[in-house]
Design a protein around this ligand. Structure first.
Ligand code: B1M
Length: 220
């Protein structure tokens, strides 16, 4: 990994806002791929934060502060990511972190990458109840739906959203993609999702595949 990305990663972990922002600018200026800045710099730092928290080396205020710096840095990278935006597939993608869950950094990364790939992302935010996903799909007619969950306790909410879409008679008008740190491929199958992705770049690839399936079914 480049020295700059290491510097960025360390600055976020250490809660050094100024250094993190400067390292992000330097990485962009030196032509490092913005996707690598996000995955190898920013996301890697939050993984370190998770480990340090587990080991009780740091406490909640430090996690919150690093999360805030992560957001500021990703705001700097976003224009570069969107600069390479493809004009395809222009389909609606309804995205949110499920009810009861306030983690949104990963979900935001997924949203940015989907936008880069040309999806029209409708980000409903975090702590989103199932009915809100249903309302939005009704309004759009047809869409891909992305459900992020970071807590083992909120994973079940992904199933509730899928059930709510079924009850509303919308299941054949959507393809559902699930993700988040505790989510696995087998969980995705268990809850009746159409796809699973372990990270933001793969979420984009799976979304493209799901979109073609939706189109083949005549529902996009
Ligand atoms: Co929380 N938290 N947190 N937290 N937090 C975890 C998730 C935890 C694993 C930490 C730990 O104990 N080791 C643990 C969950 C344990 C469990 O359920 N088994 C935990 C806990 C317990 C809690 C609280 C309960 C703590 C408390 O209050 N006592 C509380 C819950 C609040 C709530 O949600 N109701 C809480 C609160 C918080 C903060 C608010 C302080 C903050 C969130 C800030 C924010 O998001 N705005 C926070 C953070 C930062 C974390 C850790 C440290 C980092 C998460 C993160 O942002 N990672 C996390 C530990 C960890 O995950 N290692 C932890 C970086 C991000 C880029 O990765 O979100 O995984 P991630 O997203 C990835 C992939 O998962 C994937 O792509 C992303 C990018 O590649 N992905 C998708 C995500 N969504 C996707 C959707 C897709 C596809 C892929 O398709 C739709």
């Amino acid at each position: 990994m480049s020295e700059l990305l290491k510097k960025l990663r360390n600055a976020i972990v250490e809660g050094d806002e100024e250094q993190a922002l400067q390292a992000t600018r330097d990485a962009l200026d030196s032509g490092i791929d913005p996707v690598a800045i996000v995955s190898d710099g920013l996301a890697a730092a939050m993984n370190d934060i998770g480990r340090l928290w587990n080991e009780e080396e740091i406490f909640l205020p430090e996690v919150v502060f690093s999360a805030q710096i992560f957001k500021e840095c990703i705001n700097l990278v976003e224009p570069a990511l969107l600069g390479g935006k493809s004009t395809e597939p222009a389909a609606h993608f309804v995205l949110g972190t499920v009810k009861g869950d306030l983690h949104d950094l990963g979900k935001n990364m997924v949203g940015t990458m989907l936008q880069t790939a040309g999806f029209r992302v409708h980000d409903l935010g975090k702590d989103v109840p199932a009915e809100r996903f249903v309302e939005k799909v009704k309004e759009l007619g047809s869409a891909l739906v992305g459900l992020s969950a970071l807590l083992t306790t909120t994973m079940l909410e992904q199933k509730r959203v899928i059930e709510a879409l079924e009850r509303a008679g919308l299941r054949d008008r959507v393809k559902v993609l699930v993700g988040g740190a505790p989510v696995t491929d087998s969980w995705a199958r268990e809850v009746g999702a159409d796809g699973y992705a372990p990270n933001a770049p793969q979420a984009t690839e799976v979304a493209k595949k799901l979109l073609s399936e939706l189109k083949e079914g005549g529902n996009a």
